[in-house]
Write a protein that binds this ligand. Structure first.
Ligand SMILES: C[S@@+](CC[C@H](N)C(=O)[O-])C[C@H]1O[C@@H](n2cnc3c(N)ncnc32)[C@H](O)[C@@H]1O
Length: 278
């Protein structure tokens, strides 16, 4: 028997070609696989997608990433290679459910652990602002982990905001999460609130909002600041930006921790700085 025929017997047609890493968003009942096809598989996309649908019974659609994340909404373009064109799913992580369509909103299943890391730091009675809240994964992770916290989320993408409202309902945390649609720069001043903690999960551009985040933090408030750091000096630039902006408001900075969240590009990482603003 030829080697390829043998392979096909073991794996089924095309299964030996399935890329080793791809994202799955959704549940056991319905999920979407998001695949980046390497150059050598570009001509075999349909074969691979069909094999993927066969092998992973919960995967009902296979989307190909066809662009980087772009623009203010941080969306990317996808092409449906095989399966159901309706790509709305219920994604489950850490005991909560998130409804979303990956084609309409930003969402990364790879950041579940980071959300949990933040959520478990929140203490009772804290007031927490999640800027750039998307479909509300941080808000919900925090609300589930700390039922006595009050959480606010601000998101500019209307589709994401609509999903966030539904997610807050589905997860029964309506009483402790308040969501606002719009530009954080316009919405935040209207809230007239100060926070114990502010999460800024927008690596591309969160620094532009430090001028509104820092004054909105209470004394000794905590900032979770995301950025893209370059290897060798991963945290330098982010640290300097925070210190410079804090100084403008007469505030001091105490770094609590530096961390790589995920690799982003060659020699580039998504990073987070947990910082106390004194
Ligand atoms: C990297 S995504 C993170 C979304 C969400 N926090 C999550 O972790 O899934 C950044 C989000 O910020 C939103 N956004 C960008 N600029 C904004 C602004 N000025 N005001 C409010 N939301 C903004 C985008 O639409 C996008 O949903």
């Amino acid at each position: 028997m030829k080697l390829l025929t043998k392979f096909k017997k073991v794996f089924g047609e095309g299964e030996e070609l399935i890329p080793s890493s791809f994202d799955v968003v959704g549940s056991r009942e319905k999920a979407v696989a998001i695949v980046e096809f390497p150059e050598n598989l570009k001509l075999k996309k349909l074969e691979v997608a069909k094999a993927l649908l066969r092998k992973h019974k919960n995967v009902k659609s296979v989307l190909e990433k066809v662009s980087e994340r772009k623009g203010r909404l941080r969306l990317r373009k996808y092409t449906l290679i095989a399966g159901n064109p309706n790509t709305e799913v219920l994604h489950k992580e850490y005991g909560y459910v998130l409804k979303l369509d990956p084609q309409k909103v930003y969402f990364s299943p790879r950041e579940a652990y980071e959300r949990q890391r933040i959520a478990t730091q929140v203490k009772a009675k804290e007031s927490v602002l999640v800027m750039f809240s998307g479909i509300a994964p941080y808000c919900i992770a925090i609300a589930k982990s700390q039922p006595l916290a009050k959480i606010y989320g601000i998101e500019i993408n209307r589709d994401a905001h609509e999903y966030a409202l539904e997610n807050v309902r589905i997860n029964r945390v309506l009483d402790r999460v308040s969501l606002f649609h719009g530009d954080v720069r316009k919405v935040l001043p209207k809230l007239k609130l100060k926070f114990d903690r502010i999460v800024m999960p927008l690596p591309k551009g969160a620094y532009r909002y430090l001028d509104i985040a820092i004054p909105a933090l209470k004394k000794d408030g905590i900032l979770h600041f995301y950025y893209w750091g370059k290897e060798n000096k991963l945290f330098d630039q982010a640290k300097k930006m925070i210190e410079k902006k804090a100084l403008k408001f007469g505030r001091k900075v105490e770094i609590i921790s530096y961390k790589e969240v995920l690799p982003y590009a060659p020699k580039k990482w998504k990073i987070v700085l947990d910082v106390k603003i004194i």
